[in-house]
Design a protein around this ligand. Structure first.
Ligand code: S3P
Length: 445
């Protein structure tokens, strides 16, 4: 039971084994709810991730008059009764995004164009995260957004929007998707250029709802709104989340005698940078049963233990593995040699400053890490453990440290880990099924 949000993770007593189905993809679950709510007609969604982040998005649409019927107790299947692009109702209360950057930033694009005003807010972590990166391009489109220092809480005064060409300085799918959602309401064409391609789930899902989108040879994304989204006749099936799968792939790579299989994992090339990085480090990952689900490739991943060595991460791989660096740091702290990460400043504005928080946690556990403004050098070796570290309410830090602890000499106590429920509510029972040594501390500290 998750009493005080503290995890106790310790050395694994034997290799991991088993075959697991991982919950649905977080990014795709948000987008499926958003598009289904704004479509004309009813959309069935299966494989939805019932984590707090995606439930916050669902709750926002319910607060704006969308009917959502959950089809099972686990909340992985649902029916969304879309109200059409212009059918949302003014919410009576503040719209709360909790811990979710994807929820708040994508919703800003939708809310900027509504014929009503509303207030968006989030938890203490989200209130510190930059919203200017979406507020500024939205303002260029005609949006009226106010809030101190462009931080949450923000008031969105709905306004008519027009298309723009936006050149983004950062490879961010949240920025891109926010503008694309606003573009659904804009007069004229909306185009976006990114410095490197970011995850493209929005671009892949929009055509399922009848809205075409083009990516030209210069990698510029073009959207000319048709003024209508239509619910697909087939259900939307969401693949298993590769970002969640990554924790177990790293654990199985690190723990001697491990052999595990993770079923039907999303293989979008803009999400599987961690597989390239881990393979380059010597990991033994084998793909089986590749197939296409909706517009996304999926495959089973079989992982066997293999000794890992450090690499220099290629900057081109950074956006494709942006959520997996806490887990990569855990792997690197136990690999041979010095793992070098650069051009990853974005990690500093995630649910926590992931370079600083992960470096502090691993150092306390016995690792040797040198931090830089845009990355870190992780000198691999052994982890002593026997310490308490602070995950700072960042789900991915908590899970990554639980993985690192499997190869430490003694237990690591991970405080402020309750937010695991934002992206992977079943992390602890599934980790235990594979044989990981991790449990919630049942004592309030
Ligand atoms: C996401 C995009 C990424 C990622 C986040 C989910 C998305 O954020 O870190 O967990 O679903 O669009 P950025 O767009 O800020 O890179």
């Amino acid at each position: 039971m998750n009493v005080g949000g503290t995890l106790i993770a310790g050395p694994a007593s034997s290799g991991l084994s088993g075959t697991l189905t991982i919950p649905g993809d977080k990014s795709m679950s948000h987008r499926a709810i958003m598009l289904a709510s704004l479509a004309d007609g009813i959309t069935d969604i299966h494989g939805f991730l019932p984590g707090d982040d995606c439930l916050a998005t669902a709750q926002m649409f319910v607060a704006m008059g969308v009917r959502i019927d959950w089809l099972n107790d686990e909340k992985t299947s649902l029916k969304v009764y879309g109200v059409g692009l212009h059918g949302l109702k003014k919410p009576t209360d503040i719209l709360e995004a909790g811990n979710s950057g994807t929820c708040v930033r994508l919703m800003m694009g939708i809310l900027a164009a509504q014929p009503f005003d509303c207030v968006l807010s989030g938890d203490s972590s989200l209130q510190k995260r930059p919203m200017k990166r979406v507020a500024d391009p939205l303002r260029k489109m005609g949006a009226n957004i106010t809030g101190e220092h462009d931080l949450l809480p923000l008031t969105i005064h709905g306004s008519p929007l027009h298309g723009i060409h936006h050149t983004s300085k950062i490879a961010s799918a949240q920025v891109k998707s926010c503008i694309l959602f606003a573009g659904l309401y804009a007069q004229g064409e909306t185009t976006i250029t990114e410095p490197r391609p970011s995850r493209d789930h929005t671009e892949r899902m929009l055509p399922l709802f009848g809205q075409s989108i083009d990516v030209d040879t210069q990698c510029v994304i073009h959207l000319q709104a048709t003024g209508k989204l239509t619910a697909p006749t087939e259900p939307i099936y969401i693949p298993a989340d590769p970002s969640s799968a990554c924790f177990f792939a790293v654990a199985a790579s690190l723990i001697p005698d491990s052999q595990i299989t993770l079923k039907s994992i999303g293989m979008n090339p803009l999400r599987n940078g961690w597989q390239r990085i881990l393979s380059d480090m010597g990991a033994d990952l084998t793909l089986q049963h590749s197939t296409i689900v909706g517009k996304e490739e999926v495959a089973d991943i079989h992982i066997s233990h293999q000794r890992l060595h450090a690499i220099d991460v290629h900057p081109a791989d950074v956006p494709d593995a942006i959520d997996e660096f806490p887990a990569m740091f855990a792997a690197a702290s136990l690999a041979e040699g010095t793992f070098k990460l650069t051009e990853a400043t974005e990690l500093r504005v995630k649910e926590s400053d992931r370079i600083a928080v992960m470096s502090t946690a691993l150092r306390l556990a016995g690792a040797d890490i040198e931090e830089f403004p845009d990355g870190a050098h992780v000198l691999g070796g052994t982890l002593k453990g026997g310490v308490t570290i602070d995950a700072h309410g960042d789900h991915r830090i908590a899970m990554s440290m639980a993985v690192a602890a499997q190869c430490a000499e003694s237990d690591i106590c991970i405080k402020n880990a309750a937010t695991i429920t934002t992206s992977f509510p079943d992390f602890v029972p599934l980790a235990q099924l594979l044989g990981m040594n991790v449990h919630w501390d049942e004592v309030e500290r």
